[in-house]
Design a protein. Structure first.
Length: 217
């Protein structure tokens, strides 16, 4: 997995813990083993969704994920409901944002060590900056780019249009079928806030989990 040697070295120099796995199953096993007895927030990550982490983690953690439903206590047991409708997600976003652990992926990861995410509601980008014991960034090889400019290009013109298509958003990138951002002002625009992590936030632990498979957008 030499393709990760440069980014791993730079991330570690910047203060991140880095783990490298040959496939998603090995990474999922590692996360399942590492996170136990915690409250866990999960952003709207197709990488983490595809790895089945919600079902694995909720057996021994309290998990908040708007893609899968938030837990409520019934007769002394946690019961998970249906996925939360968009207009009722705010409270769930808050619960996930202040869980002990937060899981997210990235829209672009520069080999030079910058981590880029673009968000619509802002819940995911906010949650990766503050409020947790630890944040895990789970990253497939397709998210890797040589430098900051190309990682930003990937985030804006690869990941964001694909996510807009996934949401069937009424935006120019979806309507045109073009794999690029039009910097639109559409009500359905999902590119509203962007974070660039140059170094770990003070007081929080971060781990970047690199996986030698194409995962998510």
């Amino acid at each position: 997995m030499d393709k990760f040697s440069k980014v791993k070295a730079n991330l570690e120099k910047h203060g991140y813990k880095v783990s490298v796995f040959a496939d998603a199953k090995s990474a999922a096993d590692y996360l399942d083993w590492s996170i136990d007895g915690k409250s866990v927030g999960i952003g709207g990550s197709m990488t983490i969704q595809g790895m089945g982490m919600f079902d694995r983690l909720r057996s021994h953690n309290v998990v908040y994920s708007h893609l899968n439903g938030f837990p409520t206590e019934q007769n002394g047991e946690l019961v998970y409901g249906a996925p939360t409708p968009p207009d009722h997600r705010a409270e769930g976003f808050k619960q996930a944002a202040f869980a002990d652990i937060y899981l997210a992926s990235v829209n672009g990861l520069a080999e030079t060590g910058e981590i880029i995410n673009i968000d619509g509601y802002g819940n995911r980008v906010a949650a990766t900056l503050f409020g947790h014991e630890k944040v895990y960034f789970v990253v497939g090889r397709n998210k890797l780019a040589p430098d900051y400019d190309s990682a930003l290009e990937r985030a804006r013109n690869v990941a964001s249009p694909k996510n807009a298509c996934r949401k069937n958003a009424a935006t120019p990138c979806v309507a045109s079928g073009a794999a690029r951002c039009f910097d639109c002002s559409a009500p359905d625009r999902i590119c509203c806030g962007m974070t660039v992590l140059l170094r770990p936030s003070i007081g929080m632990e971060y781990e970047v989990v690199l996986i030698d498979e194409d995962l998510g957008f």
